[in-house]
Design a protein around this ligand. Structure first.
Ligand code: HEC
Length: 146
């Protein structure tokens, strides 16, 4: 059977679209996992601050994990990927600089948090508050509510 040029073009297009979809899903999954890791550690830290957990020894590791994940976050959002299982709003890529400024602030403030000795409870608690506000500000604007 001889394939016509248009059939070949159509097949190529289908192949391309398939690849793009798979790549988009991987992008979405990676940025969600990154946020999830940050969220899990923030929750555990909040539990200690509220006195629901006495695991103070883990605090330095947790803040370090958060700072490291925060530093990777911008690269994970760079590629516009929508349409799968995502809560990301399309505005992210329409106002990229504003969105990215939020991720930059998260990176700066989580690095500061990781540098604070958690036994200095007042300073540590205040900085957790600063970071938490950055999370909320961005989610209110750029993340779909569930
Ligand atoms: C500049 C914007 C921005 C900042 C800052 C930010 N997030 Fe997010 N976050 C998002 C977006 C957008 C999503 C949705 C991602 C998706 O579904 O593709 C998200 C998703 C999440 C999720 C859900 C992940 C999942 O399992 O689907 C958690 C948890 C989370 N963020 C926690 C945090 C915490 C904790 C902070 C602060 C330390 C934070 N985020 C800071 C934009 C941000």
């Amino acid at each position: 059977m001889r394939l016509s040029k248009s059939m070949i073009a159509a097949a190529a297009l289908i192949a391309l679209t398939g690849t793009a979809l798979a790549a988009g899903e991987a992008t979405i999954e990676a940025r969600k996992q990154n946020m999830k890791a940050i969220g899990g550690e923030m929750k555990a830290i909040a539990a200690v601050l509220k006195g629901e957990s006495s695991d103070t020894a883990s605090l330095p590791t947790r803040t370090k994990t958060i700072a490291e994940a925060a530093a990777k976050s911008k690269a994970l959002f760079q590629e516009k990927a929508l349409g799968g299982e995502t809560a990301a709003k399309p505005e992210i890529w329409g106002e990229w600089d504003r969105f990215a400024a939020g991720l930059d602030a998260m990176q700066v403030e989580t690095a500061k948090l990781a540098a604070i000795d958690p036994t200095d409870k007042a300073a540590f608690g205040a900085q957790v508050g600063v970071v938490g506000k950055i999370c909320k500000n961005c989610h209110d604007t750029y993340k779909e509510k569930k």
